[in-house]
Ligand binder design. Structure first.
Ligand code: SF4
Ligand code: SF4
Length: 218
């Protein structure tokens, strides 16, 4: 899931300081789960903006915002409200916000910061934790690192083994955090795959970098 966090409200309001009217768009998938872009968050933001003297012409929730074909169809039902707004606030992730900007010929401002792709860990019936697990680097190496991603879990993103700063298994950048490479070493040892420590360190092939891929739907 794409994990998002709402921006400080002052930053959102600053984006629209010269606009008197806005339309709000959320996303029914990741942003709703993160509680950054569902109906509750849209209504809260709407109330806040109205209290600040803005005219909220309407809102909609796309499913998902990044699916342009379906989103365009959904937004047709809100054409009047969108055209009455001077700008749009997106409560989707960065990808969804860019899709909205492509679909609507108005300024589109993000209400959220997009952090990472992560796992949802339930801490209690009332509280979840979103854990950073993937930065979508385009060349996944967890098959040789015991299923632990060093790109994401090492603050320096080191793919080639630990830096010199590891201290009693903890990371020099954040002593609260286990060193990713110690975790990898221990996991590989458990799996009887310590020989992978050498190959895990291959450098990244940047020719794998893509800004699109094609999917054959047949
Ligand atoms: S190596 Fe890490 S960042 Fe890259 S795709 Fe795999 S999990 Fe994601
Ligand atoms: S101590 Fe470990 S996790 Fe921290 S920066 Fe160095 S290699 Fe990465």
């Amino acid at each position: 899931m794409i994990i998002t966090k709402q921006k400080p409200i002052a930053e959102i309001i600053d984006y629209i300081k010269n606009d008197s009217s806005v339309f709000l768009i959320g996303c029914a998938v990741c942003a709703t789960t993160c509680k950054t872009g569902g109906e509750t968050e849209i209504k809260l933001l709407s109330e806040l903006l109205i209290a600040k003297g803005k005219n909220v012409t309407g809102w909609d929730i796309l499913n998902p915002a990044c699916y342009i074909l379906e989103s365009k169809k959904l937004l047709r039902r809100k054409e009047k409200e969108i055209s009455a707004a001077e700008s749009i606030i997106s409560l989707a992730c960065g990808g969804g916000t860019q899709a909205i900007a492509e679909m609507i010929g108005k300024s589109v401002y993000p209400a959220n910061d997009t952090l990472f792709q992560g796992e949802i860990i339930q801490l209690s019936p009332q509280e979840d934790r979103f854990e950073k697990k993937c930065l979508m680097c385009g060349e996944c190496i967890v098959g040789v690192t015991g299923g632990i991603c060093p790109v994401t879990r090492c603050p320096k993103g080191l793919r080639s083994g630990p830096c010199g700063g590891v201290n009693k298994g903890k990371c020099e950048v954040d002593p609260e955090r286990d060193c990713a490479w110690v975790l990898i070493y221990n996991r590989l040892k458990e799996l009887g795959q310590l020989g992978n420590m050498g190959i895990a360190g291959k450098t990244r092939d940047y020719s794998n970098e893509r800004n699109y891929i094609l999917v054959n739907k047949r």
